[in-house]
Design a protein around this ligand. Structure first.
Ligand code: PHB
Length: 390
């Protein structure tokens, strides 16, 4: 051990005292799927958080952020509520964050006011979530926001008859509603609305129904992870492409981490979404570098990482605005209207919906190097959460 001369020790102790540089620790409790079939989505939360820290540091003023992780492998509202309660009561977190699935966010919402704790949602994307508590802010997207632009694309491309196919829960209902309303407003026809159980994993019967309907296209939403991978495969295995049924979906179905497995079978698929790993900007370049390093293999990167990265940006601003004090209402107030250049493009936290207003991109799965990417080919700037009604 090296010994410091006494005089130096005293000097550094004095410096600490006079600058008051003894940091308070502010804990952020992050709930997400860190194990099980959706584990890569949780790893992306962590990669986004680590990337934020690597690029911006762990300190906000005199305070230091400490992240406490809790694993919730699948949608499980009762467990989500217990985890949130434990984080607040036993771990003393000042912020709750993360949350992949909508039912979990809905279960946590009623706890927030009494706990004087904001919830910053990194993913869960049903529009109505932010209505359940004034202490919720979202940094991901909403399904009405990503789905309605696809109706404009379908109409522009001359598609007339579409079947919607969605998972039967909040985000699916949002996707179905927003796409159908927008497509019908443009003179299109919804031939059939198919809803599948959230846990469905055999999609052949559904593909046969779509084929039998005589539709020009299907429009789909399922939550990203193993189900989306199986769904895209079933489209190909059941010969829908050959039958002339165009595949349209939100970007959840072609997330980058699934592209190596899906390969050429999804080349040309059109999706609408808020983020592509291939987005061309300096902000995204440094984000992808930092998050790729954090996750170990850059091929595993996908959209929950950007929700988490911007979520940490929002939490840092909340800590700064409250001087580290626990004042949930003031923390949320401070980020209403916040504008920033995200790795996805420009984002504003809408003061009313507390969800991002952002560019939604039309992307096409295209060859890039020895793999595939979601190539942005058209953009819908300043798209708000279109699901919000008073
Ligand atoms: C949700 O449950 O809100 C959810 C999950 C995964 C997605 C989109 C939405 O890809």
């Amino acid at each position: 051990m090296t010994r410091l001369p006494l005089g130096l020790l005293a000097a550094s102790a004095l410096a600490l005292l006079t600058t008051g540089a003894i940091a308070d620790t502010i804990k952020v409790g992050v709930i997400g799927p860190f194990s099980g079939p959706f584990a890569n989505q949780g790893r992306n939360f962590q990669a986004g958080i680590d990337a934020w820290m690597a690029l911006n540091g762990q300190a906000v003023g005199d305070d230091e952020i400490e992240v406490v992780y809790r694993d919730l492998p699948a949608a499980d509202p009762a467990r989500a509520r217990t985890l949130a309660q434990e984080l607040v009561v036993s771990d003393g977190v000042q912020y709750l964050a993360g949350v992949y699935f909508t039912p979990d966010a809905l279960a946590i919402a009623p706890l927030l006011e009494e706990a004087n704790t904001p919830l910053v949602i990194f993913n869960a994307a049903t529009s109505a979530i932010t209505k359940q508590s004034p202490l919720i802010v979202r940094t991901s997207f909403t399904l009405p926001q990503t789905s309605a632009p696809m109706a404009a694309v379908a109409a522009e491309r001359g598609l007339k008859r579409v079947v919607t196919v969605v998972s039967d829960y909040g985000p699916g209902a949002d996707a179905e509603g927003a796409f159908s309303t927008a497509f019908e407003a443009k003179g299109g026809q919804i031939v059939e609305k198919i809803r599948m159980p959230l846990a469905a994993n055999d999609f052949s019967p559904i593909m046969q129904r779509v084929r039998a309907s005589g539709a020009d296209a299907l429009f789909a939403f399922l939550p990203s992870g193993p189900p989306t991978l199986a769904f895209a495969r079933a489209y190909n295995d059941n010969g829908l492409k050959g039958a002339g049924v165009t595949f349209l979906s939100t970007g959840d179905l072609t997330q980058e981490s699934d592209l190596p497995a899906l390969g050429a079978s999804v080349e040309g698929f059109l999706t609408t979404f808020h983020y592509s790993v291939a987005h061309d900007s300096p902000e995204n370049k440094s984000f992808v570098e930092a998050a790729g390093k954090a996750i170990g293999d850059p091929k595993l990167l996908t959209f929950p990482a950007v929700g988490a990265f911007d979520g940490m940006r929002v939490i840092a601003k909340m800590i700064e605005a409250t001087g580290g004090e626990q004042d949930a209402a003031a923390a949320v107030e401070a980020v209403k209207g916040m504008r920033f250049e995200s790795p996805r493009g420009p984002v504003t936290i809408d003061p009313e919906t507390r969800s991002p207003t952002q560019t939604i991109y039309l992307r096409e799965v295209a060859k890039a190097g020895d793999g595939f990417e979601n190539r942005e080919i058209q953009s819908f700037a300043d798209t708000p959460d279109l699901g919000w009604t008073k």
